[in-house]
Ligand binder design. Sequence first.
Ligand code: G6P
Length: 367
Amino acid sequence: VMVDKGNHRHFMLKEIYEQPTVVGQTLGSYLDPLAETVTVPGLCFDPKALSRITLIACGTSYYAAMIAQYWLEHYAKIPVTVDIASEFRYRQPVMTRGGLSLFISQSGETADTLAALRHCKAEGQITATIVNVAQSTMAREADMVFPTHAGPEIGVASTKAFTCQLAVLAALSIAFGVARGHIDQTEQAALVRVLNEIPSRMSEALQAEQQVASHAADLSRARDVLYLGRGADYPLALEGALKLKEISYIHAEGYAAGEIKHGPIALIDPNVPVIVIAPKGPLFEKTISNMEEVIARGGKVILMSCKEGIASQGRTAGNSIEMPAVHPLASPLVYAIPVQLLAYHTAVLKGTDVDQPRNLAKSVTVE
Ligand code: G6P
C-alpha cells in the first residue's frame, strides 16, 4: 500500500492526528449507536461460559492488554491474566478449561506473540486476536479475529493502532459484561454513548498540541523522566515512558503512582520531570496526593488533567496540560494523545529519526 505523509512532517504525527477517525471507524464496527448496544459480530464462544481471559502481547500492544485488564474485571467481572508473550511462552502457565486467550498485535506477525498463540491453541484454549493487519498469520491461525481499522501504520512507534486496540477492548469489555448479566440495558446505553463520544474528545485533545509542545524543551534536556498514573491510566504511564524512550532516546519510567514511595521517589530532584496523568475520576485525589509527595521533594511536575482538575491544584498552562473532561472508560484513549505528542515533540527537538528510531523494527518477526 502506498501511504504518504500528507501535510505532516512525519508519519507519526499524521497517525496521531488520524486517531479520531480510525478510532471512530473501529468503534463503528462494534457499536450500534441507534440501538445503543455493543454488537460483536460472529462470536464463536459464549462469554458467560468463560473461566478466564489471558491477554498476551508485546510492546505497546502489551500496554493495551494491561489497560483492558482493568476494564474486563470491572465491566465483565471475568478473571484476567496479562502476559508478555516472550515470558509466557517460556513459563509453564497453568491454563484453565474454558479459557479465552486473546492476542493483541498491530502486525499480527510478532514472533513471540505468534508462538504464544500456537501454544494456547495446542493447550485447547479458545484463541482470538485483535489485529490491524487482516491477512496476517495471527488472523489466519486464531479461532476468532477482532479487527482494528487503524489503516496501515508506518511509524515504528505505535500510536493509532494502540488506541484502536483500546477501542476494541473497551467494546468487548462492555459486550461481555452485558452477556454475563453485569450490565443492564440502561447502563449499556450510557456506556455506548461514552464510547461514541471518544472520537470528539480525542479531537479536543489534539487541540492541546501547542501546549504539549511547550513542555518539550524541558523534557529534551532531561536525562530521566517519570510518568505516573493509577488504575487504567497506570499502563498509559508505562506507554508514555515507552514512547519517549523509543523516539527521543531519553530514559523514562512509568510507575503506578501509589508505588513511587517504594523506589522512584529517591530519584526525584529538580532535573527529573514528572508527568502525572490524573484525569478527574475516582482515583484523582489519590494520584494528586502522590503528586504532592513529588513536589515536596523538589520534583518538577507536569499535570495532565481536565480544566477542573488543573484549577483545583492552582496550576497554570506552564506546568500542566489541559484535557477535556472524560468518563474513566475514555481516559486512556483520550490521554494517549498528549502522551504521544509529548514524546513526538521532544524527539523532534532532539533531531532523532522519529519514524524510524535507531535499533527498533516495526514488526519483530524473529525472536
Ligand atoms: C515493535 C514496535 C512496537 C509494537 C511492538 C509489538 O516493538 O516497534 O510499536 O508495539 O513491536 O508489535 P505488534 O505488531 O505485535 O503489535
